[in-house]
Design a protein around this ligand. Structure first.
Ligand code: GYE
Length: 367
């Protein structure tokens, strides 16, 4: 499968709007974010007008969504429903698979039965896809994968999503620089992972572990919190008992897990955040996550961008027009957030990273 970095095939206003829309410029953010929200709105209107100007027939799309486990997921679903609306020329069949891989395969097969024109899959887990993708391809239905990756087959048209390993590496490299600044020489970390087997869990785990190993840190434990608040709370409750007084870093692989972990630490009398004993790291950077960063309870939050739908629509429109998808691997840009005291210099794979200060304007513009 042909692989390319970044969204070469996508129109620039859409790219700028989407990329900046979830965080704005890396250093300050506010102005660009307002502008980017406008750009997204303009681009969406344009697409809507294009669709309306077409044959008048709705384009049928089936979307097998992971579930409804997190704020990130809610934003992803909302974005797809907004973009693939009837007003925009689409007939969307949406299935919430409730984090059940078997139900997700069933949903894809039901889309084939219905004879939809396009299938969008956000794969709960990264393997087990070869057969059903073959069935889609036999039926002549293009599949666009979003967010999480499929790692045991390349029998799909395109993928749009995040670089999860880079997110994990960024969290690790940030921690190395921040710990040095704070004069912390020993790291004993607890990790609350996302759903086991999801590419988001695999990438974030591998990325952080790579930096931990390189720095000689101890990862005391790493367990599945299923990307939910309840899951995060339960895992943290058990960590607080098993590792009482032994840990100084908690890494949650999404904000909802972090909210649950905070409740568990509050109940156990463990302090965290900028004034606490434990450094709390999170991923996603949804609005509620950034509010915690602003309060100082989460030390740093590594964004994951849920707004893939406008890119997917661009791909579908290209295919509808008989064109070829030039870029079948589209990475969305992401930002790393903290308060000024925790904005430190670090690199990922030799590339210097910029961090974004959390302000009211940044929170306002976030998903
Ligand atoms: O981080 C989490 C969600 O697949 C990137 O899934 C996504 C993850 C996201 O439940 O909040």
């Amino acid at each position: 499968m042909k692989r390319k970095l970044l969204s070469l095939a996508l129109c620039s206003v859409m790219a700028v709007g989407l990329l900046a829309g979830c965080g704005g410029s890396s250093s300050d953010g506010s102005g660009d974010q307002a502008a980017s929200a406008d750009s997204v709105a303009e681009a969406e209107e344009q697409i809507s007008a294009d669709a309306d100007a077409g044959s008048g027939e709705l384009i049928s799309v089936g979307f097998a969504q992971v579930g409804h486990e997190s704020d990130w997921r809610t934003a992803s679903t909302q974005s797809c429903q907004d973009v693939f609306s009837e007003a925009n020329g689409y007939d969307l069949s949406f299935v919430d698979c409730d984090n059940d891989s078997a139900a997700q395969l069933e949903a894809v097969r039901s889309f084939i039965q219905q004879g939809v024109q396009y299938i969008i899959i956000d794969p709960i887990v990264s393997t087990g896809w070869d057969q059903v993708l073959g069935e889609c391809s036999d039926a002549g239905i293009p599949v666009i994968v979003i967010d999480r990756t499929i790692d045991d087959s390349d029998n799909y048209t395109a993928w749009v999503g995040s670089d999860f390993k880079t997110e994990g590496l960024a969290a690790g490299e940030w921690l190395a620089a921040y710990a040095e600044k704070q004069g912390i020489s020993e790291i004993n970390a607890l990790v609350i992972e996302g759903t086991n087997g999801a590419s988001a869990q695999i990438g974030r785990t591998d990325g952080f572990k790579e930096v931990a190993d390189a720095n000689g840190w101890t990862i005391l434990d790493s367990q599945d919190g299923d990307f939910t608040e309840d899951g995060g709370q339960q895992v943290m409750e058990s960590y607080c008992k098993s590792y009482e007084g032994q840990f100084n870093v908690v890494v949650c692989q999404n904000d909802n897990e972090a909210f649950g972990a905070m409740t568990a630490m509050d109940n156990a009398g463990v302090t965290y955040g900028v004034d606490g004993d434990v450094i709390l790291i999170s991923f996603d950077a949804c609005t509620a996550g950034l509010q915690e960063v602003q309060k100082g309870t989460i030390n740093a939050d590594f964004e994951c961008n849920p707004l893939a739908a406008p890119f997917v629509e661009e791909i579908i429109q290209t295919l509808q027009a008989g064109g070829e998808v030039e870029s079948n691997e589209v990475y969305v840009e992401e930002h790393w957030y903290a308060l000024p005291d925790a904005i430190v210099d670090f690199s990922v794979n030799g590339v210097a990273q910029e961090m974004t200060e959390v302000t009211d304007e940044v929170i306002e513009a976030q998903y």
